[in-house]
Every structure is written in C-alpha cells, then in structure tokens.
Design a protein around this ligand. Structure first.
Ligand SMILES: Cc1cc2nc3c(=O)[nH]c(=O)nc-3n(C[C@H](O)[C@H](O)[C@H](O)COP(=O)(O)O)c2cc1C
Length: 343
C-alpha cells in the first residue's frame, strides 16, 4: 500500500532562493507545503517536494491514543517512505498526550514535530484543541514545554492571529513559543472567527516577525508567485507556507521559486506535462490507499487539476461517479486527448 516508488524524486535547483534553518535542520528553500487534513497525504507531499517545496508537513495526527490504532492515524504517522524533511503535525490539548504523540512520531522517524493551534474545526475546538488553545496561554505554555521536553527534534508551532478580532494574541503566543524552545512559528493571517472568510492580513505576522528571533513563516492566501514575493517583502518573514493554492497545482512551489529567483514567470506547464503528473498522482493514490479508497480520494484531486480547463464541468460530473481505477484512467486520458485536440 505504501510503495509509491513510481513517483519521481527529482528536485528543482534552488539557486539564490533563501533557505531557513529550523533548529538543527536547514531546509533547501523557505517555501513550505502546508498540512491539510485529507489532502497532504504521502502522494501529495511527494509531488510538492518534487516540485520544489522546501518542506512538506503531514496531515494532523490526533494526540488522543484511543485513535492511534485506526487506519487514518496509521497512514498519517511518520513514515520512512517520506522524502525531504519528515515533518508531522500533532493536534490535541492534553500536554502529556501531546508529548506522547510527539514521541511516537519521532520513534517512527519524524524529523520535526509541528503543533496545530490553528485548526478552526468545531469538532477539534470543542475539545479545546487547534485554534481554541490560543484563548488559554497558560495551557499553550504547558503543552509546548511538554512536547519540547519529550523529543530531541525541532518542534514548531502553527497558529492563527487569534481567536477573534478582539483577541488577536498571536504576538503573545509566539513569544511564549520562543520562551518554551519552539524553533519556528507559522501564522495563518486570520483569526479563528474568520475561518476562511475574507482576506488574510499580514500586519500581525509582520509584528510577530519584528518581536521574536526564531523563524516566522507567513501563511494565508498566498496563491501566486507575485503574492509570495509581496508577503516576503511586507512581513520580512523567514518562509512562506502554501495550502489551497497547491491543490491541483503542486508545482506552484517551483513557480514561486523561479519567480523569486528571476523576477519573471516560469513557463506554464504543457498539457502533456500536466497529464503525466496527474497520472502519476492517481497511480500513487491507488498504491498508497488501495484501489477502493484511492479512487475515491482521487476524485477531489482530479477536480482541482481539471477545473482550469474551460467546459470541463461535464467531465468532472462523469468522473465523480466512476468506481474503478481503469475507468478513471481511461476517462482522464480521453479528457486530456480532447484538450490537446482543441488546442
Ligand atoms: C482542506 C484543508 C485542510 C486543512 N488541514 C489542516 C491541518 O490538518 N492542520 C493545519 O494546521 N492546518 C490545516 N489547514 C489550514 C492550512 O494549513 C492553511 O493554514 C490555510 O488553508 C491557509 O492557507 P492557504 O490560504 O494557503 O490555504 C487546512 C486547510 C484546508 C483547506
């Protein structure tokens, strides 16, 4: 199930692109692929790595040991099949459980532990985990101290700007993080109250960057090379993290790297190149999850890959009900042939 050796592991040249050092790890560049539950699985992380991400972060791993035996947890745990820096994110609210979850992942080969204090999901926040923790700085401190003490690999923290517009305390939390030995802080420029609405703001991130000495990673709405450059310049951040813009476009990292290096856009991928990436992704999903689950997970990725093409709605409707892998492959090939013929 986990053999995804068919994915290539070539990497882009980083040239003058800046790196960032997190604890004892220097990334090959400062462009990070975000953790996204249900998306940033091993096949997706491989693609982001291949197309230039300096680090990819795995989907959140629940600290609650009652769920460690589930298939979901076992697929999310750190794995030797990962390439690049093996970064695992943990989520929870009990300091001892969080420490144990970090230990478990380190034992399985994780090279970096990220702590999730940004998730806005109700089912997570109800248990005082994710972004809800930002309301309780003492508990934040307790969790961070426990996790940092439990492992000898770098521990990082991912937060939002605060719980809501009247409680924007990312600066306070970032300072606590620095005091506790956290090696980098990622900030999504929205409060929990915003969820994903409105536009991310970078002023709070800039203020945190001015106040602490550990690396600050800016996140939120970075969806193009130009935007990446603006965020770097405005916040003076040490790195950026991209989430949704990499869906169906895992090559955005090499596009950003190229633009930052040369000041003009990299040539767009051809239909042939995109088809090849999509086919490899599909195959990796079938291998990683098995065919039953793999083909279902493939549907959302194929939606993202194909929605850039005009008049592709009908294809997606058709694709969404296919329930065997050979039909998926044949239908996709026909789709790309049609795109080529219409060019
Ligand atoms: C489907 C989805 C799943 C996500 N899962 C996680 C997660 O597991 N852990 C986390 O810290 N953030 C998670 N996020 C938040 C992203 O990492 C990121 O902070 C957010 O999407 C803002 O970045 P963007 O504007 O580049 O998408 C998720 C976001 C999405 C859209």
């Amino acid at each position: 199930m986990r053999n995804i050796a068919t994915l290539k592991t070539d990497s882009i040249k980083t040239g003058t692109i800046k790196t960032v050092t997190i604890g004892n790890i220097t990334l090959r560049n400062n462009l990070i692929a975000a953790p996204m539950a249900g998306i940033s699985d091993l096949p997706f992380r491989h693609l982001c790595h291949r197309f230039g991400a300096g680090m990819t972060v795995a989907e959140m791993f629940l600290a609650n040991p009652d769920v460690w035996h589930t298939e979901k947890s076992s697929l999310r745990i750190s794995s030797s099949a990962d390439i690049g820096v093996r970064a695992v994110q943990i989520v929870g609210s009990d300091p001892s459980e969080m420490a144990k979850a970090a230990e478990l992942n380190a034992k399985h080969g994780a090279e970096l532990i990220d702590i999730n204090m940004g998730c806005p999901a109700k089912k997570v926040n109800k248990k005082l985990a994710g972004s809800a923790l930002m309301q309780y700085p003492d508990l934040v401190r307790d969790i961070l101290l426990h996790v940092v003490k439990a492992v000898d690999i770098p521990v990082t923290l991912k937060i939002r700007t605060g719980w809501d517009s009247t409680h924007k305390n990312c600066l306070e939390i970032a300072q606590i993080a620095e005091e506790c030995g956290i090696k980098a802080v990622t900030i999504h420029g929205r409060t929990r109250e915003c969820l994903f609405r409105g536009e991310a703001e970078y002023e709070s991130i800039k203020k945190v960057k001015e106040a602490i000495t550990i690396p600050v990673i800016a996140n939120g709405d970075i969806d193009s090379p130009e935007k990446a450059k603006e965020v770097f310049q405005y916040t003076n951040c040490d790195g950026i993290m991209v989430a949704r813009a990499a869906e169906g476009r895992p090559w955005i990292f090499e596009e950003i790297a190229f633009y930052l290096q040369h000041g003009f856009a990299k040539r767009s991928k051809t239909v042939d190149e995109i088809e090849q990436i999509v086919m490899e992704h599909l195959d990796a999903l079938y291998q990683f999850y098995g065919e039953y689950k793999g083909l279902r997970i493939a549907r959302k990725h194929i939606n993202w890959y194909t929605n850039q093409y005009v008049n592709s709605d009908q294809f997606r409707r058709l694709f969404s009900v296919l329930d065997n892998t050979s039909d998926q492959i044949q239908t996709l090939k026909a789709f790309f042939n049609q795109i080529r013929n219409n060019q």
